[in-house]
Design a binder for this molecule. Structure first.
Ligand SMILES: [Zn+2]
Length: 318
């Protein structure tokens, strides 16, 4: 039986209400444990996420196989280890028009009580444009995932949580300005890291355990306004947007369709995994892929917990 769109939305709304209610009435023990652990670790802290963005921007341009990205890798890995996260470095080689480029996905794998896996992802490389420091594009998602890792590595999760920093998301080529390189729709010149990871997981059989893949890319602008990517999986998008609305974040998760066109989530969606891209692409006609993507374009309030609460709640629902 195929559910109609309305039935599907109603089913999701019911599940969200139940999830929210069950969270409100957590047993006292669980609550006090939460209070204790949050006293130690704190909640998601937008200021911490922003500080990571600042550190990455300070490094300068971070295109694949550059000195800059090597420093970014050292920073991300060092931070993850300081949070007590187990870190895996997945090295691979990408065949590009610039030749063979050494790339690295950085992966944190946290065990869960059930066998399912949820992936929280971003890309940490920056586009190969001179003087491009990628505060929003490359920085905001990385800062958010680092802060999310600090939270997840300090707690017991219901599902296996994997946090992944992809290399080589941007199209590789001899960029001179934003219009000089086309993003190929067959992905042959972009999304190297996510394609590598999805292929590896298919080979190992882990792809079958994947419940959902969440991608954060460009979520830094002030008053962040994330539209519904029509290429993302419908039920997953519905869950996040409906939860956000119930939590009062309607302005951040706008009920407006927009086709992002291509991003790391497609590497997984193409293989039958539910994926959702969280992206505020309203900046595409202003600073996107220009040297003006600087730190002042990122607002710590946008990196705050509220944006990620619906996505974290997913864990209790899947
Ligand atoms: Zn980009």
């Amino acid at each position: 039986m195929k559910l109609t769109e309305n039935q599907e939305r109603e089913r999701i709304a019911r599940r969200i209400r139940l999830t929210l209610i069950s969270l409100l009435f957590l047993p006292t023990l669980a609550v006090s444990r939460h209070v204790n652990s949050s006293a130690k670790t704190g909640d998601f802290d937008g200021a911490r996420a922003y500080e990571h963005v600042r550190q990455l921007v300070d490094i300068g341009p971070r295109p694949p196989a550059s000195d800059g990205i090597h420093r970014a890798q050292a920073y991300i890995i060092g931070q993850l280890k300081s949070f007590g996260c187990p870190v895996e470095e997945h090295d691979f080689h990408a065949s590009t028009v610039l030749g063979d480029l050494a790339m690295k996905n950085i992966v944190v794998k946290l065990p869960g009580r059930s066998s399912g896996i949820i992936l929280y992802t971003t890309h940490y490389d920056t586009v190969r444009i001179p003087n491009f420091v990628g505060a929003d594009d490359g920085g905001s998602g990385s800062g958010t995932m680092l802060e999310l890792a600090r939270l997840f590595c300090a707690r017991q999760n219901s599902l296996h949580v994997w946090i992944v920093f992809f290399d080589g998301e941007e199209a590789q080529g001899n960029w001179t300005d934003g219009a000089s390189i086309q993003w190929k729709n067959d992905n042959s010149n972009n999304t190297f890291g996510s394609r590598e990871m999805a292929a590896q997981m298919a080979l190992s059989g882990e792809l079958k355990r994947l419940k959902a893949m969440i991608l954060a890319d460009m979520i830094g602008p002030a008053n962040v306004r994330i539209t519904r990517d029509t290429g993302s999986t419908r039920w997953l998008t519905n869950f996040i947007w409906d939860t956000a609305a119930q939590l009062g974040y309607k302005n951040n998760f706008a009920n407006e369709d927009y086709a992002v066109g291509g991003d790391d989530h497609f590497s997984f969606i193409r293989r039958g995994v539910a994926g959702c891209d969280l992206i505020d692409f309203s900046v595409r006609d202003s600073y996107w892929h220009t040297p003006q993507d600087t730190l002042d374009k990122v607002d710590p309030r946008s990196l705050q917990w509220r944006v990620f609460r619906p996505v974290i709640l997913l864990l209790t629902w899947l």
